[in-house]
Design a protein around this ligand. Structure first.
Ligand SMILES: [Zn+2]
Length: 238
């Protein structure tokens, strides 16, 4: 009778533990490089992760002039939140960027840390490589909140000016997040343009093919292209 009881209690214990094991975050944070870059364990290796849709001010840039006090604030914040923790990674589009780093949303304690950085005013919603596919609305809201509350970057008039200038350069109408070659991106784009030109094209236009991948941007609809302030090409008549 005692044996039966012991067996039952072992089974119950296992049933209680198993779900929490499978829910536990997967990747240990080995190092916080700065506000938007960390090193985690991934498939048995140490891998650098660049957080998607954020770009915190620099704190460890080789060009020391680029390092500003706000960079240190962001870096310290990330250290406080992530150091020694287990996190989950959520990918979107290609999982690696141009330097071989993983590109991901980092979840800590079930919270999207990328969004948290924007909500804390430690990063703008970074759209240089495209909008967030999964959380565009959330990022916009987080940034609106941080600006309204004048948190960190948005509490510093000089930094605010700098980031607003950059944001207008990144544009709001680029296609989805991707840092892979242009050929990959154009599949999702109905129309394309050079970021330095006021004209947009069909992707198969002879002029579109002359745009270097560095300058190529895309639109998912004609309306999106028009809203960016561009006019249709006279040759391909998009
Ligand atoms: Zn054209």
């Amino acid at each position: 009778m005692k044996r039966v009881f012991a067996t039952i209690s072992i089974i119950i214990t296992l049933l209680l533990i198993l779900p929490t094991l499978s829910l536990a975050a997967q990747h240990k944070v080995i190092r916080v490089v700065d506000g938007d870059t960390i090193v985690v364990t991934y498939k048995g290796k140490y891998e650098k992760v660049r957080l998607l849709c954020v770009n915190t001010p620099e704190s460890v840039h080789p060009d020391k002039k680029q390092n500003i006090p706000m960079g240190k604030v962001a870096s310290n914040y990330a250290k406080k939140r992530l150091k020694g923790k287990y996190v989950d990674l959520k990918f979107e589009g290609p999982i690696r960027g141009r330097y071989g780093r993983l590109l991901a949303y980092v979840y800590v304690d079930g919270v999207n840390f990328n969004l948290e950085l924007v909500r804390e005013g430690l990063s703008p919603y970074y759209t240089k490589y495209g909008l967030s596919q999964k959380y565009d609305k959330e990022f916009r809201e987080a940034e609106r909140y941080a600006r309204k509350q004048k948190l960190n970057i948005w509490g510093d008039p000089e930094l605010t000016q700098k980031y607003l200038r950059l944001k207008s350069k990144w544009g709001q109408y680029k296609s989805t997040v991707s840092s892979s070659p242009a050929t990959f991106q154009t599949k999702e784009w109905k129309y394309v343009a050079s970021k330095n030109s006021k004209v947009f094209h069909r992707p198969d236009c002879k002029w579109a093919k002359k745009i270097s991948s560095k300058n190529l941007i895309g639109f998912r609809s004609r309306e999106e292209a028009i809203r960016s302030g561009r006019r249709p090409c006279k040759s391909c008549r998009p």
